[in-house]
Design a binder for this molecule. Sequence first.
Ligand SMILES: [Zn+2]
Ligand SMILES: [Zn+2]
Length: 272
Amino acid sequence: MMKLLLLMTSIMNSYCFNPNDYVTIPFLRFPDSLSYNVLEINSIFEYLIASVYIGQILVWSHPAPKTPDRIAQTKEEMRRGVKALFYVILLTTGIIWKIQPLNPYYGYYETHEFGFKEFFVSLIIYMVTFDVWFYTSHIIGHMPFFWKHFHGEHHEFVEPGAYAQDAVHPVEALIQGPIGHFLPTFIYPFHPVCHHIFGLLTSVYAQFAHDGRWDPAGHTLHHYYYSCNFSIWGLCDFIFGTGYNQQKYPIPYIPTWLRSKVNSKNQDKKIM
Ligand SMILES: [Zn+2]
Ligand SMILES: [Zn+2]
């Protein structure tokens, strides 16, 4: 069962897939130009390296003791992630297949040069657009109705692991996943390769953020305090003043897996 879950997550936990590799129904072919040969991911093993491998490394190497509770939590994160990603992959396929050909920038770089300037502008637009989109939808997710029916599911993991990044309600997964990811392509012509790289890196970044050992925007603090750090990169939190504020939360949050370390350091200080 675990192997099946891993295999399914490896296929689904990436936006960089070519549906034609998996869909063999003759009349159901997808336009190649946006999805084919990006990152040259062509096999299940490459998917493993690209996504699950990173998640698994994070889970295995995490200092939190592998207690039955922690293992059960990881499995639950994966179970919910697989469920959400099933819908994510369906919508992503639909967007690549039916929506992107309607994009005015579709096929833009077949007739235009793509260089560092275009890459840099794409990066800025992607980061700003994704952050504004993520922040706005996340704030809405914390309103009572949306919390009860959608976003509260993700917050059941008070001290999340890497796989919690996908463990969201399917509706939230679609809004903050493929819709947020493809939205910037309607604002600026993104080269398909750079767009897919951004998608992969965002996914990996979110895994790290939930793992908690490299979390520049303080997402683990969001899981603990609920009412700060709503944004993905910290940009909107900085602009709207919703970032973590130690005056508002005077008791600092220390993850359980760090507490013994911090306590022993404090003990050393006392002894000295
Ligand atoms: Zn939240
Ligand atoms: Zn989260």
